[in-house]
Every structure is written in structure tokens, then in C-alpha cells.
Design a protein around this ligand. Sequence first.
Ligand SMILES: CC(C)(COP(=O)(O)OP(=O)(O)OC[C@H]1O[C@@H](n2cnc3c(N)ncnc32)[C@H](O)[C@@H]1OP(=O)(O)O)[C@@H](O)C(=O)NCCC(=O)NCCS
Length: 170
Amino acid sequence: MISIRPETPADLTVIDSIHRAAFQNTGEARLVQHLRDAGKLTVSLVGLDGHLPVGHIAFSPVTVASGAVGAGLAPLAVLAPHRRQGIGAQLVTEGLQQCRAAGIGWVVVLGEPEFYARFGFVPAATVGLTDEYCGGSAFQALELLPGALPRDAGLVRYATEFAGLALPQG
Ligand SMILES: CC(C)(COP(=O)(O)OP(=O)(O)OC[C@H]1O[C@@H](n2cnc3c(N)ncnc32)[C@H](O)[C@@H]1OP(=O)(O)O)[C@@H](O)C(=O)NCCC(=O)NCCS
């Protein structure tokens, strides 16, 4: 049975190994650790198959020049043997709901438009937002609370902990 819940201290080692395995490098695993250490994991959820964590999603603060704060979805990973069972989609859906419940009005992601369009994400360029990574159509935005999306605000900056990561993939 698949379930989604917030991370607990007991999950940290397995979250680390999920990202190392899914991305086949240490960048995303280290990013999650650094965000957690900095108190910037706004929402951090694990996806379980039974009692075993097999997926993880993180959200951290993003800002625009006007000072508006949203959330960046990154990283998202599910262990290969557990993919295509809807765990990734459930992590996104629950993560967005928890962001909304926390009063976060908008979210951005750098990811596959095919995957993220189903949650309502639109190309960020169509609402006047750009990213630091030349993400093009992969950079997408979603308004969670009416009127909250800072349209035409230009550059969206991820947390400083993202510096050094080639592309903060959601
Ligand atoms: C992306 C990832 C998290 C998806 O996890 P998952 O549990 O397999 O996702 P789901 O089962 O909820 O997939 C839902 C749908 O998204 C599709 N999908 C998954 N990854 C996709 C991708 N990269 N591009 C386009 N579609 C994708 C699946 O085909 C599935 O479609 P279907 O329902 O029509 O069959 C997983 O493949 C992963 O960990 N990849 C490696 C890490 C990574 O690249 N993360 C960034 C993703 S943008």
C-alpha cells in the first residue's frame, strides 16, 4: 500500500539514499541535507510502499525582486523499482496541498512539462517569470492561492543552498 507522510528524523538516511540512487550522483542528496540544516525545507514528504520509504519530495523558499516568497519544488525522486505506480504524482499532489495549507501562494519547478502539467503548472514564461538556469519550457509555475502568483516579476531565485547544483530538477 502506498502512503505519503512528512519526513521524520528516522527517514534521513533513506532519503539520502533515494536521491543518490535516483539521480546517480550526490548533488540532490547533499542539497536536501543543506536545506534541512538551514531550516529551509518548507515541506518534505516521503512516499512509502508499506513501511518502506521509496520516494521523497522537497519544497524550499524562492523569491522575486519584489520580495514575494513562494516555494521551489526540488528535488523529487522515486526509487526505480517503485516507479510508474503513482508515487511521484501522489508526492506532488500532497506536497502542493501542504504548501497551500502553510499559506504558500505559488510554486515553481524545473521539470518535465509532460509530468507537471497535470497538476496545473504552466510555463513560467507565460506569467512573466524567469529562472537562473535557462530552463526554458521546463521552468513552470503554479498559483496555489488566488492572486498570489507574482506575475511579470521576472527572475525567481532559489535558496542559496542550490548554488553549485547544475539544475535543480523537480
Ligand atoms: C520523475 C519520477 C519522480 C516519477 O516518479 P513515479 O513514481 O514514476 O511517477 P508516477 O508513477 O506518479 O508517474 C506519473 C506519470 O508521469 C510520467 N512520468 C514520469 N516521469 C516522467 C518524465 N520524466 N517525463 C515525462 N513523464 C514522466 C509517467 O510516465 C506517468 O505517466 P502515466 O501515468 O501516463 O503512465 C521518477 O521517475 C524519478 O525519480 N526519476 C529520477 C529522478 C528525476 O529525474 N527527478 C526529476 C523529475 S522531472
